[in-house]
Design a protein around this ligand. Structure first.
Ligand code: DGY
Length: 327
């Protein structure tokens, strides 16, 4: 039976065509003012939603009484009101697995850029300031051989650890709720990655990478205390979710010189407000949340999300369902 599907963020043409072949599809992105009326008009009838980067909160769900399934084109599910979805029995699908290596590449790009001052030195050349050999005031710091501390050690954290340990000879410490069974999940990291209490990790790591999902227990977790425990001159990278970090505490640690630099792909508010000091701080390398933003990976995510939605609307088990009881 053809159902009503609302696509709330653009999908590649081939995936949109898969949906249109089986269902009545409305494409309307509520972030675009001109498309908001169409979004609002389609919501009351929508049985399936597919998209990302828009808060699907209690108020929105209340305007969608027919909703059976949401298919998020993301692995993170912090945009969704999980208790309301659980209470109404609305299925939530997401896209784990297909973006791990790409997000790990992005994090490594930030790690290299901050340590070797890549953006700052590229700007020096661009702006015609490369008039003599650079002096040590512009030297960077080695990445290879340094100790990496990972906050969060899911699939993406493990992909970062592989790059660090196997490619750059970096000892890896990780902090997670439970130690990961490396023999089973990541044998190549056995003897190379060590489950470590948070304060010990902060005291030993030269580079701290946060890859935390956003939940009530991680919101604001990287605070002044955490920055205060980091090794003087450490580098901080955030590739998880912006709101896991207290941004005022991060700025303070940068200004005091506790931190050497920060590389940030995510922020508490996105897009980053124009008046945010993180946008222009000389020791921050900010990126516009590009973790998974390659042609190949975004297509793979859209394909998986479309498959999830089609299966759910057909009454079949989708490939990746998020357990909304786990808020
Ligand atoms: C996700 O899928 O949650 C990532 O943030 C995308 O980059």
């Amino acid at each position: 039976m053809r159902k009503k599907v609302l696509v709330f963020r653009e999908l590649p043409d081939d995936q949109l065509a898969r949906l249109q072949a089986e269902h009545e599809v409305t494409v309307a992105n509520p972030r675009i003012a001109a498309q908001l009326p169409a979004f609002e008009a389609a919501l009351p009838e929508a049985q399936g939603l597919i998209g990302s980067s828009f808060p699907v909160d209690d108020a929105l769900l209340a305007r969608a009484p027919q909703l059976e399934v949401i298919s998020s084109v993301s692995v993170g599910v912090d945009n969704y009101a999980l208790p309301a979805l659980h209470a109404r029995g609305i299925l939530l699908c997401h896209t784990p697995g297909v973006l791990d290596e790409t997000v790990a590449d992005t994090v490594f790009a930030l790690l290299m850029a901050t340590s070797r001052r890549v953006v700052e030195l590229a700007n020096l050349v661009r702006e015609g300031r490369w008039t003599k050999n650079i002096g040590e005031e512009l030297f960077g710091f080695d990445v290879h051989g340094k100790t990496l501390g990972l906050l969060g050690f899911g699939r993406i954290g493990q992909a970062i650890a592989r790059r660090a340990a196997l490619g750059f000879g970096m000892p890896v410490l990780y902090h997670a709720r439970r130690p990961v069974d490396l023999a089973r999940q990541a044998p190549e990291l056995q003897g190379r990655a060590q489950h470590t209490p948070l304060d010990e990790l902060l005291a030993r790591a030269d580079i701290v990478v946060a890859m935390l999902p956003l939940s009530d227990s991680t919101r604001g977790m990287v605070d002044a205390r955490v920055f205060g425990r980091m090794k003087p001159g450490a580098i901080f990278i955030n590739g998880g979710r912006g709101a896991t970090v207290q941004e005022s505490a991060l700025l303070d640690a940068l200004d005091r010189g506790t931190l050497r630099a920060a590389g940030l792909d995510v922020f508490a508010t996105e897009p980053l407000p124009m008046d945010s000091q993180l946008r222009t701080h000389p020791r921050v390398t900010p990126l516009p949340h590009i973790g998974s933003a390659t042609h190949e990976t975004r297509h793979a995510m859209a394909e998986l999300a479309t498959t999830n939605l089609l299966k759910a609307l057909a009454g079949e088990r989708p490939l990746a369902v998020y357990d909304t009881a786990f808020a």
